[in-house]
Design a protein around this ligand. Sequence first.
Ligand SMILES: C[S@@+](CC[C@H](N)C(=O)[O-])C[C@H]1O[C@@H](n2cnc3c(N)ncnc32)[C@H](O)[C@@H]1O
Length: 800
Amino acid sequence: MTQGIDIGRDTTGRVVNGEEATVQGQAEILQILDNFVESMALKCVVELGVADALNSNPHGHNSPMSLSQIAARIPFPNLDMDRLSRIMRFLSCRKVFNVTVDKESGETMFGLTDTSKWLLTDNKSKSLVPAVLMATHPCSMAAWNCLSTSVAEGGACGFSRAHGSTFYDFQSKNYEYTRVFGEAMACNSRVVMKAVLKYYKDGFNDVGTIVDVGGGSGAAVAEIVEAHPHIKGYNYDLPNVVAGAPKYPNVTHVEGDMFANVPINADAIFLKWILHNWSDEKCVEILKNCRKALAEGKGKLIIVEAVVRPKSERLFDLEAQRYDLKMLVLSPSGKERNGDEWKKLLELGVRVYCSSSSLQFALIPSPIPILCQGFQVVMEIQTCGKPIDSLLEKVLCMNILSSDYFKELYRLKTYHEVIDEIYNQVDHVEPWMTGNCRGPSTAFCLLYKFFTMKLTVKQMHGLLKHPDSPYIRAIGFLYLRYAADPKTLWTWFEPYIKDEEEFSPGSSGQTTTMGVYVRDLFLGQYYFDTLFPRIPVPVLRQVVSNLEKMKLPTKTSGSTGDNSRHGSDDTARRPPSVKAALSVSFGQRAPHRASTRDSSPVRRTLPPPPYDRSNGDGVRSPSHRRSQSRDREYSDKDRERERERERGRDQDRGRDRDRQRDRSRDRDCDRDRNRERERERERRYDYDRRSRYLDKRDIDDSRRYRSRSRDIDERRHYRSRSRSPSMSGNRSRSQSEQGGNSHYDPPQKEGSKASSNLAKLKDLYGDTSDRKGDGGGYERAVNRDSSGEEVIRLGGSSWR
Ligand SMILES: C[S@@+](CC[C@H](N)C(=O)[O-])C[C@H]1O[C@@H](n2cnc3c(N)ncnc32)[C@H](O)[C@@H]1O
């Protein structure tokens, strides 16, 4: 260390002593402070047209010129040559112009550089002249003089303080400033659009109409339609802006207010440098209006914006930060956003299908680093607004959340994977499992899985029209019945109200048509002994009137077990164990049913004989496929085992009936006195039964799961090739993400044998503390939509 002298480093990393460092600091401050000198010198040469003069050399564009030759081409008769020469000397020093000495005359000669070529006015796609004039305009500069007050006092921004009105209001009264601003934007557009069209060119292929919202003079959309003549372009902006906009081929100017609406239906909306003018809340308003203008269930939002990076590493990084301060001065809530802020905003304003696996910010040759990203806009289904866990009856919901099967569904990451699972595992759409397997049905677990994924309009259409299985369709209708805004139900259901596809919603095998099922979903209050969300009376009245007009029945047919809650079909009965379990575990009784007490065990435990509806044209009918899958699932051995189990169950049921009868006799004698005792008995009974059941179920489960898993793998292998080319890739990705192999690993039975029955009860009946983990984790997973695009689920786990 040098004695007595502080050692530091300058900005280039060079070691400097204390005194030098101080001087260096001074120079840096002066450099920052006096940057305005560069701006003003630039403005001067732009207003004089120096670059254009140099470009007009008859000896060639790049031939240098003396000062007098330049002056001769500048249309100002009283030009001050001395002043001009000092400005040229300074800007040459700053490498804006090239300077040489003529060997013959000894005269100083000036020429254009790659920098000063950007100051040419006739170099349309490579000119920043209007940007220079806008930035240095007195109205803009006045705003900067109010910067410190706006920071110190908050409230109005610099521009509003300087001019007494907001930036865009001021423009509506000041034509000249509007023109300067419009030209600056248009010049920027010409520069940036070259890059956008180069880097995002394929993104426009599927677009027929595009609206440039806040498009200014329309320069950007004009570039788009010029490059893609198949596109019809609209430029949407405020009336005063549109009034002064030039005509462009294939572009229609439309005036309006983007906060009120976007009145043009389009395949794509283009938003360039709009959102940076506004707060998140205002941006959400704009984004929502944009979404409404996009074709239902599809549509693309293309956003071009700056992205602020924390460090100034790349060419335009510092410029993005400067733009942020420009926003701070010019608009009350505008700002340039960093990557996280963009994600947050888009999460608030629009769910997006992104064309890459994460938001990517392209650095492209433009005045600032830009986010140029096309987002496939997702239309969410208009929901009733309830949280997911209150869409279904509480007991059913809790049973689903705590069921092993539902927990295993975490492995399904995409809409298509859930559809596959329905195809493979669902053979009725009752809420509860049939036979001795007491618990929520696979259909309802998968329905709940869909709730957590918040299906889009496009996905819903995919479900309702699905050709592979009526159960896929039925689950789609159930999703709507439970989750959609009741006011929207008729619109969803109406096209299917006479649908002729046959299937059996219940486990009895009794068939009905999809149309009848859909009507029953409307008209029924109960669904196989569970309660449906209420449809408001006026909505229901309208539905009934619509059905009457269509000459269709207005009473339920009973296809959903809902002729009445008490008199429903045998197969709709809630198993007594479930009823008992619910009352014990959740302090909530399942609906009381005489038939449940009687418990006549008509519930079908063996699969019904496959009925073949093959139509002879080689197309597999859903029932045929299902029977095939059942055939595989239920081998002869399995059938024998199942029969044994059924015999055991009959005995169980006999015991159940006796106990139930006892209990009801007790109640008749002295209801009050016995109520507590009965509860205790129920608890013990249930606990014992559960323990027995669980031990038995452990064995059954692992058998069933193993056979299912094998079967699923076989079928997936076949189906992933035959149905969805994207699925195999997805599957392997999601599996590798989980670090698992392709086989389902049954729950860890051996180790868990030691765990207490209490833990098992908790597991079975719902320790809802892990609910979040079930529902939240995969929300952010990268999914794939039906068009094969990656999907970012920006939304959290809450239902919106
Ligand atoms: C920063 S400029 C961007 C212009 C253009 N998108 C571009 O990149 O060149 C913002 C544009 O939004 C327009 N604008 C502001 N408020 C608007 C409103 N309420 N409705 C429609 N356009 C609006 C302005 O007139 C201006 O043209």
